[in-house]
Design a protein around this ligand. Structure first.
Ligand SMILES: Cc1cc2nc3c(=O)[nH]c(=O)nc-3n(C[C@H](O)[C@H](O)[C@H](O)COP(=O)(O)O)c2cc1C
Length: 214
């Protein structure tokens, strides 16, 4: 099938986020200037630079409470700091629960019963049970085009200033992703687990024609 995105796709559900997959999940902790802590997942999330390491996430749609910004972006713009916690298989229900449209002053760590761990370089706490944390400082927000004037499509960029890796997922000086059991977002209500890993060496030039293989 082909459809133009400015015309109806004719399907029962929008297929767009089932096509760009798997997407990493940034489970983002932040806090406002009064110290109210917030935690929410974002799968329009990725790493975008090595040096210094930088990440982005995108928020779309209004906050359901007051049509303002979602708590995560509003907190980050207010206090300039956030933590990306990496979501794992055993934390999947807790991660999903923190996506509920909670009132602004609700601390999702407490609502879901997640233990906090203090960060080293930024104010927002970390999800203690997550094996990977990226402590970040806020750089900029980029406003994207939007179809609905009441919507907001905003991309937040930040610099990773500190990284925690649980020693339990390290082996031979490398991160052992089979031990980490990280989850990613697919389309609809679907997710995936990082359980099937293969390696490819980078090619030299010139390259030869390459057939698809089983
Ligand atoms: C796995 C997952 C990924 C999500 N990704 C996004 C996203 O990329 N952008 C977004 O705006 N909302 C996303 N959401 C919805 C937000 O988590 C939800 O709107 C949440 O209430 C926002 O919380 P906050 O207002 O505390 O920031 C996602 C939800 C789930 C469960």
């Amino acid at each position: 099938m082909f459809y133009r995105t400015d015309e109806p796709h004719g399907l029962p559900h929008n297929p767009f986020n089932a096509l760009v997959v798997p997407r990493p999940i940034g489970w983002i902790s932040s806090q406002d200037s009064k110290g109210h802590v917030n935690l929410a997942p974002y799968s329009f999330f990725n790493a975008v630079a090595y040096s210094p390491p930088q990440v982005m996430f995108a928020t779309s749609g209004p906050h359901e409470e007051d049509d303002g910004l979602k708590d995560t972006i509003s907190n980050i713009q207010e206090t300039g700091e956030f933590v990306v916690n990496i979501a794992t298989w055993d934390l999947r229900h807790a991660m999903n629960a923190t996506s509920a449209p909670a009132p602004r002053d609700v601390d999702e760590f407490e609502a879901v019963g997640l233990e906090k761990e203090a960060s080293q370089m930024v104010g927002p706490p970390r999800v203690a049970a997550s094996p990977i944390h990226l402590e970040c400082t806020y750089d900029q927000t980029v406003e994207l085009p939007k179809t609905d004037p009441n919507d907001s499509n905003l991309v937040v960029f930040g610099t990773v200033v500190g990284i925690h890796i649980n020693d339990d997922i390290m082996a031979g000086g490398k991160v052992d992703l089979m031990k980490a059991d990280i989850i990613g977002r697919l389309g609809y209500r679907d997710y995936t687990r990082v359980t099937d890993i293969f390696s490819l060496a980078r090619p030299d030039w010139p390259i030869e024609p390459v057939e698809p293989v089983e």
